[in-house]
Design a protein around this ligand. Structure first.
Ligand code: PPS
Length: 386
């Protein structure tokens, strides 16, 4: 494995079956977070008219494709492209069109700027800057359709588009799935605040953060990568690399654990910010019926999984509209981390999420699921939608 140092995972000397994969995945997600932070900063510094949903030249799209290209390239470089199979959110069709030349150029530049930093993250970058065709090839390589056998990576390059464009929470999620089981999860949360109360400043997050002095390696104010591998009984969190620092493993990693609160009245539940993604009225009714009394914590993206893993909230519920099918890359990394941090993830029937059926989480009736820390009374919410 060229360019990747041998290491002791998480600082303990213990090694595991997935040591190399975890090493590369954490470093690649650190790089992806670095890339996203730069794009998000430029987005926020522009006028609010720049804040838009995905289309043509939006910075969101630049970040999505650039992360996908970067992670795909790094995985292929580390393990050999013939050994790497990836399921990911973005396809390459619109980027390859003749009228997308400007967008492609922006993606190529963003990817090369990021890969030039690879040695700082302990990975090997390209000898020469990548050309457009190599970037398109890296994105296009993420065309696996998953399934029940073999090994593949599931990548959501930027999860939580709305959080991203609003300067708020978003995540980079990378999981390794083997014979239908998620075995390794890495979740980059570039804006995860170390003070949990800042999580509730929905939509005002970037204003608060921008008032802080820029973080240094000594002051860990925000941004982390969480990771875990199946069966270890441990989940870890390390800060993002700041400034010009080098990633020196284990990079101050510390273990995370789900909350030990058992009384629903003291518990907080998380849910999506967007009502269109999950019925707020349904979760309010369900929360009330099981004795949850606190206001919900609405957080964009898979950062909700990180919130539960770190014990900053106890329950995560999402009740998507009928017809919406959840994708595996929106959950796989979070599931491994939560389970190893001591929590439970299930659908409404108490079943584990099934990553063996292709890109969709089949069998999730109305995409209902919950992520729980210790509140076993909530383990089986009623199997119906809103
Ligand atoms: N209609 C609908 N229903 C349910 N879920 C949907 C829906 N549409 C999208 N998505 C997926 O949800 C991702 C956004 O995360 P959340 O569901 O946590 O919502 S929110 O960001 O807090 O509002 C979102 O991630 P992004 O595509 O990165 O924005 C999708 O993967």
């Amino acid at each position: 494995m060229e360019g990747v140092r041998k290491l002791d995972i998480v600082g303990s000397v213990e090694s595991n079956e997935y040591s190399k994969e975890l090493d590369v995945a954490v470093r690649a997600v650190q790089m992806a977070c670095f890339l996203c932070q730069k794009v998000q900063e430029s987005l926020i510094s522009k006028s609010s008219s720049q804040v838009q949903s995905k289309d043509d030249n939006s910075p969101v799209t630049v970040a999505d494709w650039s992360v996908q290209a970067t992670v795909s390239w790094l995985l292929s470089q580390s393990f050999g492209s013939e050994n790497v199979s990836i399921v990911a959110e973005e396809d390459v069709v619109s980027l390859s069109k003749a009228d997308a030349a400007g967008l492609l150029k922006a993606v190529v530049n963003t990817v090369n700027d990021c890969l030039a930093e690879a040695p700082r993250f302990g990975l090997q970058g390209p000898a020469m800057a990548l050309g457009a065709s190599e970037v398109i090839e890296a994105i296009g390589r993420c065309n696996s359709s998953g399934g029940p056998t073999g090994r593949f990576w599931a990548l959501d390059p930027v999860d939580g588009t709305l959080g991203f464009v609003r300067g708020d929470q978003y995540a980079v999620a990378l999981a390794l799935i083997e014979n239908g089981e998620a075995v390794l999860g890495v979740l980059g949360c570039p804006n995860y605040p170390m003070r949990k109360e800042w999580l509730s400043y929905q939509h005002r997050y970037h204003r608060i953060i921008s008032k802080l002095t820029p973080p240094t390696s000594e002051s860990w104010d925000k941004g982390c990568v969480m990771y875990a591998w199946k069966g270890s009984g441990e989940a870890w969190m390390q800060p993002l690399i700041q400034g010009d620092k080098k990633l020196v493993w284990p990079n101050s990693a510390r273990p995370v654990q789900v909350s030990s609160i058992e009384n629903p009245a003291l518990a907080t539940f998380c849910e999506p910010v967007e009502k269109s993604n999950s019925s707020h009225s349904f979760t309010a009714g369900l929360a009330h019926s099981v004795g949850l009394r606190k206001q919900p914590l609405r957080v964009y993206s898979m950062v909700k999984y990180a919130t539960i893993a770190r014990g900053d909230a106890e329950v995560f519920m999402k009740f998507a509209r009928a017809g919406y099918k959840e994708k595996i890359w929106d959950h796989a990394a979070g599931v491994v981390i939560i389970e190893e941090a001591g929590g439970v993830v299930s659908d409404a029937g108490g079943r584990r999420l099934d990553f063996s059926k292709g890109i969709y989480l089949e069998g999730l009736d109305r995409a209902i699921y919950s992520v729980l820390a210790e509140l076993n009374t909530l383990h089986r919410p009623p199997p119906h939608g809103k």
